[in-house]
Design a protein around this ligand. Structure first.
Ligand code: GAL
Length: 346
């Protein structure tokens, strides 16, 4: 009798657990390299991403990767790919729990010539907000399947959660553009940072006031140093850029550089990563750095741990940047919480 009652109780408990909405599944920490579920209980799908903080909410944009990963026939290098699905957006207030806002820039399936056709490449989307025009502007790397097009694509929206209207692509300043990011300075001017000259040299290009085009003013930086995956931030009046070397989806050593002026000249500091596998950027590659709103010296560095043979299963490595005794480091942490940042970094 006692046994039957106990089993009955256990069954009730299990039924209760299964009946709970997926939303009840709260993330309590960031665990770099582990599967990170959204509030619906699905793995977050936003690779090569960027972050926008707007009116109290964080918006995380990235490459939405689904389906089979294939190496195109006749490939001469490891250009593993998935078909283009689009750019996804997730929103959060606590940086731990992310709500899927949908595909805010979807693939264009019915036009094989379109930049956003599934057969093309759409990578490293970043969104910035233009205070003057009230528009959200997305810049992304758009390419042909063999990466020969090397162009930047631009899209706009009236809302951070989209939908974004695609405006087209071009080679900024008549130069190749692959890995890229955009950054808005305190004075409202925006810049595109992009790997150019076949990834050998990094261009920094001032955008027009509406953020939709290059202004024509640009500098060539890290000349012939082959840096990509640029992630830019500003701290105490100085500009920093974290980048990777060029080894495709395979990891290599990260590098941080500093400048007094955003257009350069830049001075290389070295590898900011410390701890196990720091020489391989924890088997990941930089994509973005952002300051945590309302906290002093709290910045989060976002990296992608690519799984080149199963790209949709690529993971996120998010780590806090530490500023101590004039040194900037990114120590490995198996688990941490954004809530702990203010005290630990002050
Ligand atoms: C990397 C780049 C990625 C992707 C990949 C393709 O170097 O950072 O965004 O383009 O190459 O192999």
């Amino acid at each position: 009798m006692k046994q039957a009652r106990r089993i009955g109780f256990l069954l009730l408990l299990l039924a209760g657990i299964y009946a709970m909405p997926a939303q009840a599944q709260q993330n309590d920490a960031i665990r770099p390299g582990e599967v990170w579920n959204d509030t619906d209980g699905n793995p977050i799908n936003a690779h090569g991403g960027g972050m926008l903080y707007h009116e109290g909410t964080y918006y995380w944009y990235g490459e939405y990767k689904t389906g089979k990963t294939i190496l195109p026939e006749g490939a001469t290098w490891d250009c593993y790919r998935t078909d283009v699905t689009g750019v996804s957006c997730y929103s959060s207030k606590d940086l731990l729990n992310w709500k899927f806002e949908g595909i805010v820039l979807p693939a264009v399936k019915d036009d094989p010539g379109h930049d956003l056709h599934p057969s093309k490449v759409l990578e490293r989307p970043k969104v910035i907000y233009n205070r003057k025009t009230g528009k959200f502007v997305m810049w992304a790397h758009v390419d042909s399947a063999d990466y020969g097009k090397a162009a930047a694509g631009v899209a706009v929206s009236d809302s951070p959660a989209g939908p974004f209207e695609y405006l087209g692509s071009f080679r900024p300043n008549d130069a190749m553009s692959r890995d890229q990011t955009v950054f808005v300075d305190d004075d409202g001017r925006a810049y595109q940072f992009y790997s150019s000259e076949n990834n050998a040299t990094l261009y920094i290009s001032l955008l027009t006031d509406d953020y939709l085009k290059p202004s024509g003013k640009f500098t060539r930086n890290f000349i012939k140093q082959s840096r990509e995956a640029p992630a830019v931030f500003k701290h105490e009046g100085k500009y920093y850029i974290i980048s990777s070397g060029c080894t495709g989806w395979d990891p290599n050593q990260a590098e941080i550089a500093v400048a007094d002026s955003i257009m350069g000249p830049w001075k290389v500091i070295g590898n900011p990563c410390t701890g196990p596998d720091a020489d391989k950027t924890f088997y990941a590659q930089s994509t973005y750095v952002f300051p945590v709103a309302g906290k002093k010296d709290a910045y989060i560095a976002m990296f992608d741990r690519w799984n080149k043979k199963d790209l949709p299963d690529s993971r996120y490595v998010w780590l806090p940047i530490e500023f101590k005794d004039g040194q900037i480091t990114i120590p490995w942490k198996a688990q941490w919480s954004p809530a702990s940042l203010e005290t630990s970094n002050k």
